[in-house]
Design a protein around this ligand. Sequence first.
Ligand SMILES: *Cc1c(COP(=O)(O)O)cnc(C)c1O
Length: 331
Amino acid sequence: MSDKIFFTPGPAHLYPTVSTHIQTALKEDIGSISHRSKQFHGIYQHSAEQLRTLMGIPSGFQVLFLGSATEIWERSIESLVQKKSFHFVNGSFSKRYFEIAQLLQKDSQKIEATFGQGFNIETTQIPSDAELVCVTSNETSSGVYMPENEINEVKEKAPNSLLIVDAVSSVPYPKFDFTKVDSVLFSVQKAFGLPAGLGVWIVNDKCIEKANKLKASGKYSGTYHNLIALVDGAKKFETPATPNVLNMYLLGKVAEDMNRVGVEKLRSLTNQKAEMTYSFLEKSPTFEPFVKEITHRSPTVIVADCQLPAAEIIELGKKDGLVIGSGYGAF
Ligand SMILES: *Cc1c(COP(=O)(O)O)cnc(C)c1O
C-alpha cells in the first residue's frame, strides 16, 4: 500500500489489519471455494457472530448479506412496504432512500430538515399508517448525526411502524437499542474500513412477518434478494446468489479484530478524535464546523466550512499524503 492517509468518508482508509487478512484469504483459496460449501458456511457464520458481538445484535435478529446499502434501500421498500413509508430527510443519502420508495410507486411521505441540521422528533408528525419509518444514523453528505436516544424517540412516536436505520457511515460506533430498532442496514467501505461491495441487512421477526404478509396478499416482489429468500438462506448460512465471499471473510476478521479492542474502547477513541478535530475547527481562523448544533455533530464524518477555497486545502493536504474528501452533491 502507498503511504497516503485517506480522510474520506467512504471508501475510507482501510482498517490496518485488512492487508494481512487479504493475504491469508488468498492462501486459504477464499476466492475459489463454492458458496454452497462447508467452508463458506463457516465464513458466513463467523462474520455474523462477530457482528452480533460487536453491535450487540440479539439472537432474534437475522444477519443478511447483499451487494450494497443502496440495494438494501430498494429491497427494504419492496419487502416491507405495501403502500406507505415515512422518511426523515436531511441530506443526499436520506433523500435518495425516499426517492427510491417513490420510484417503487409507494405513497411515501417525508419530513425534511435544512441541510446541516437534525430533527426535532417531538414535533414531527409521523402518519399512523406508515408501515416503515426510515431514519439515517449519520447523514454522510452533511455530517449530521442522529443520536441513539432520538432514534428511540422515533419508535416511541410510531410504535406500530417498523423502524429501519441506515447506519452506513457510523456502524460500529452507535449503540442501538434493538428493542426499539427493527432493522439496521449498512455497507462496509465507510466506518468499517473495508473495500466496497458488501451490504449488511439486520432484521427482526417483525420484518420477516411483514414480508410474509405481503407475500400472502400477492403484494410481494420475489426478486432474488427478497427478504424471505435471504432469511431462508441465512438459516443454512447461505445466500440466494453467489455473494462477495472475500468481503464477508474480511468483515468477519475485521469485526473480530475490533472485538479484541472492544467496542466501548472504539467508541471512546472515536469520541476523543472527534473532540480534538471539532475543537481544532472551532479555534482555527480558516475553518469552522459545518454542523452548528453540537448534539447533531457526527463523531465519524466531520464536515468543515473553510475560508479558503476547499480545492486549495485539498491540494495542500495532498502534498503530505493526506487525501481529504471534497464534499457531496451541492456542497
Ligand atoms: C454511502 C452511503 C450509502 C450508500 O452506500 P452504498 O454502499 O454505496 O450503496 C447509503 N447511506 C449512507 C448514509 C451512506 O453514507
